[in-house]
Design a binder for this molecule. Sequence first.
Ligand code: 13P
Ligand code: ZN
Length: 273
Amino acid sequence: MKFLEAKFVKGFIRMCDDGWNQGWHERNGGNLSYRVKPEEVGLVKENFNTKEWQPIGASVPTLANEYFLVTGSGKYFRNVSIQPEDSICMIELDEKGEKYRIVWGLIHGGKPTSELPSHLMNHEVKALVNPEYRVIYHAHTTNIIALTFVLPLKDEVFTRELWEMATECPVVFPSGVGVVGWMVPGGKEIAIATSKLMKEYDLAIWAHHGMFAAGYDFDLTFGLMHTAEKAAEILVKTLSMQPNKLQTITTQNFRNLAIDFKVTLPEKFLYEK
Ligand code: 13P
Ligand code: ZN
């Protein structure tokens, strides 16, 4: 099968386009990775053109020998659907999970996203929680970023404020949202901090930078990012009108919702204000 005809590749490219259309990917902002299923690797293997091994910059032994589809570093989401072979690549990890090599894509040179350590460490944590997790998505979501300048950088505050902005939020992300204070991007340290949060959450905010989302497939992961960012947009609008809410979703409302929608909402987010 031709590489670009595979369903998982089409889904990946569509998600890049969707993110671009939301305005979350100025210039080369943001990155996406997908942990490819063994049967999907088999479908596209005939197209491989294998390059040299390179260090990942992190150790992910649980993901040894696995394949990932990832956006390229410095590549623009805007161009992914027009020039996928130049904008994205498929990589294979070595038997220790310490090195990668490009097996398809980036035909004019380049390397996978500079956030590869964060992507792979998040994949490792999520695969250990549940092997169904396959997508890690980093976007420069405008309203979430704006809120990191005015809200305390605490999981409890961001989760509760976002939950209050849309009734669907506690159902879509019942475990909450984690927050990483400002750190230098692209390295192992921020990857460690983010993957720690990913043990507990499917969403991690990077202060003054953006957000990471994890999910089983492209629809769920994009939908999660979209829902959280939309809640952030409502909060930005609300705070812009007046600093105090006249009414909101109450703690008791959340408890009632949890029963009907059969979700467990951690007590640490149901504090009285
Ligand atoms: P890359 O172009 O290396 O993916 O970096 C973009 C980005 O958002 C860094 O956080
Ligand atoms: Zn970024």
